[in-house]
Write a protein that binds this ligand. Structure first.
Ligand SMILES: CC(C)(COP(=O)(O)OP(=O)(O)OC[C@H]1O[C@@H](n2cnc3c(N)ncnc32)[C@H](O)[C@@H]1OP(=O)(O)O)[C@@H](O)C(=O)NCCC(=O)NCCS
Length: 166
């Protein structure tokens, strides 16, 4: 079996992305139109993990503002003109295909950020994935009141940032 690889997501990947999301994130449901909007607004950040005959994971990122969290299962409407981070909305991979693939996705997103003049990556860590993201260079940020209020819609969530060295 050839190794799964990341490739740009296409509109035709939407059913597979939704199916993986429903399986991996049953407690954080998001509609397919919400994924579709991200793919339309920022296709470069939206990738799927392609195995031999199936899609086994996805990663979705888009430019955003540090210390701000887009609404879960909500539309971005538009991307900020003065974005100062690439926000990793989600990475989800079917269990049999894990191991090294998130590191590869984050490396690709880091390259994208650098080539766009964006100096940080951000995300909300859920399900005790904080240590995983720390291994990938992210650091937890102490939330102010506004950020804390937004984090309550996620399960045991930590906002994390990774500054990209020049
Ligand atoms: C998150 C997820 C995509 C990670 O995929 P993966 O292929 O296992 O990720 P990687 O192997 O690239 O992990 C990156 C690093 O974190 C480490 N890591 C992986 N899982 C870990 C865990 N549960 N705890 C601590 N570290 C972990 C890896 O060893 C690796 O470090 P290394 O390269 O120094 O060895 C996968 O576990 C998943 O789909 N989980 C469910 C969805 C989810 O929680 N998404 C994140 C929401 S914030």
């Amino acid at each position: 079996m050839s190794k799964p690889h990341w490739r740009p997501a296409r509109a035709s990947d939407l059913p597979a992305i939704s199916a993986i999301a429903a399986r991996i994130h049953p407690d954080l449901p998001e509609g397919p139109e919400v994924f579709a909007e991200k793919m339309r607004l920022y296709p470069d950040g939206c990738r799927v993990l392609a195995a031999e005959n199936e899609t086994v994971g996805y990663g979705l990122s888009h430019p955003w503002m540090q210390h701000q969290i887009p609404p879960l299962d909500g539309f971005l409407e538009k991307l900020p003109h003065d974005a100062d981070c690439l926000y990793v909305h989600d990475v989800a991979v079917l269990p049999d295909f894990r191991g090294g693939v998130t590191r590869a996705y984050v490396a690709a997103i880091e390259g994208l950020a650098r080539s766009s003049g964006i100096a940080a990556l951000a995300l909300v860590s859920v399900y005790g994935t904080r240590v995983l993201w720390e291994r990938l260079g992210f650091r937890p940020v102490t939330p102010d009141a506004a950020l804390r209020a937004k984090l309550t819609s996620y399960a045991s969530a930590t906002y994390m940032l990774r500054e990209l060295a020049k």
